[in-house]
Design a protein. Structure first.
Length: 359
């Protein structure tokens, strides 16, 4: 049984606790009221910093695509020729028509905020020289709002920038039989990837689009560099214990330019019948045609940096040049001869770029 004194003690303690909590609540209310009305400043001079445009990257990338990027995309397919070569279609003068619905209506009706994309199509009849023009409808183009967003099926969405590997050339390293060997990855913005590596015996091989390996001298020969020219070009860097050029030439099964064309064709398109003519056409189209192979402005800039050259950003310099390929192989040989050499860090932010909504 609990005594009378025990019950009385608990009652007194409860009264004291309630009185304390009421006092604390009053103090907190006073502090809160005073702090909400006045702000404490711990500096003497007021600093005014204007807020930057936080969606500038989004809007600039979108506007670039409208002004230049879409035309570059159209130029990749222009002109369109039929199989007989008698008819030719060109698309030009594209423009955006008025939006179908304003932003608020698009949200209410759960539809996309977009505008019709139209252009002028020109049909050239080569036999007669007649040209016919007509306005065509290409599709509906999403419109960016002032907030840098898009409205898709009534839902407001934003395109997130991506951090991707920059086009250009990257030098790689691997260990073979306890020895460091170097290679390179040639990554275009559009086109086939080229991977060059060195084996433990000093033979430099190349893979095109992850196909079977072939001696890099065959690729050089197909690019118009004969054996004597190869020895001259690499004489200044081929000074180590291993003669990489001679080792690769000895391993190369091709001896002429025609044989190199056909062997490259067989590696890239196994099973197809290879002739010197169709093989040459394939190689020329794959690496020297701007519509099929393009480093882009960023890739050309990265090549200039890594190879220490200064080629202007023009169409003829954005394909794979023979001089660039020679410089890349020279750098591989130099790295193989340097015991302290290190590979490029592909994951380094300097070797990556931001892909915006316009890309």
């Amino acid at each position: 049984m609990e005594t009378f004194f025990g019950v009385a003690k608990k009652a007194v303690m409860g009264i004291v606790f309630m009185s304390k909590s009421k006092k604390e609540l009053k103090v907190k209310r006073k502090i809160g009221a005073s702090s909400s009305l006045s702000k404490r400043k711990f500096f003497k001079k007021s600093i005014m910093v204007s807020l930057p445009n936080l969606i500038e990257a989004q809007t600039e990338s979108y506007n670039w695509f409208l002004e230049k990027g879409f035309q570059e995309l159209i130029d990749e397919v222009n002109p369109i020729t039929d199989s007989s070569g008698n008819l030719e279609v060109s698309i030009s003068d594209f423009y955006l028509d008025a939006c179908k619905y304003p932003e608020d209506i698009a949200k209410e009706k759960n539809i996309s905020y977009e505008a019709p994309l139209k252009a002028t199509a020109s049909l050239l009849i080569k036999k007669t020289g007649e040209i016919r023009e007509q306005e065509i409808y290409l599709g509906d183009f999403p419109i960016m709002t002032d907030r840098g967003t898009f409205i898709i099926n009534g839902v407001e969405r934003v395109v997130i920038h991506q951090l991707i590997r920059s086009p250009g050339v990257f030098f790689t390293m691997e260990y073979q039989k306890g020895k460091k060997t170097f290679g390179a990855k040639i990554i275009p913005n559009r086109g086939a990837w080229i991977e060059i590596d060195t084996d433990a015996d000093g033979v430099i091989s190349v893979k095109i689009d992850r196909k079977r390996k072939i001696a890099v001298t065959s690729l050089l020969r197909a690019f118009g560099v004969d054996d004597n020219k190869m020895r001259e070009e690499f004489a200044d860097v081929n000074i180590g214990d291993i003669d990489y050029v001679e080792e690769t030439l000895a391993k190369d099964i091709c001896k002429t330019r025609g044989e190199s064309y056909k062997e490259l064709y067989r590696r890239i398109r196994p099973g197809d019948f290879a002739t010197e003519e169709n093989a040459k056409q394939m190689i020329d189209t794959m690496f020297f045609d701007f519509d099929k192979y393009d480093f882009g402005s960023v890739g050309r800039y990265r090549l200039n940096q890594r190879l220490e050259v200064n080629r202007p950003d023009e169409k003829e310099n954005r394909v794979l040049l023979v001089d660039d390929l020679i410089l890349i192989i020279k750098e591989i040989i130099r790295l193989n001869n340097d015991p302290l050499a290190q590979a490029d860090d592909i994951d380094h932010l300097g070797n990556r770029r931001v892909r915006g909504v316009g890309d």
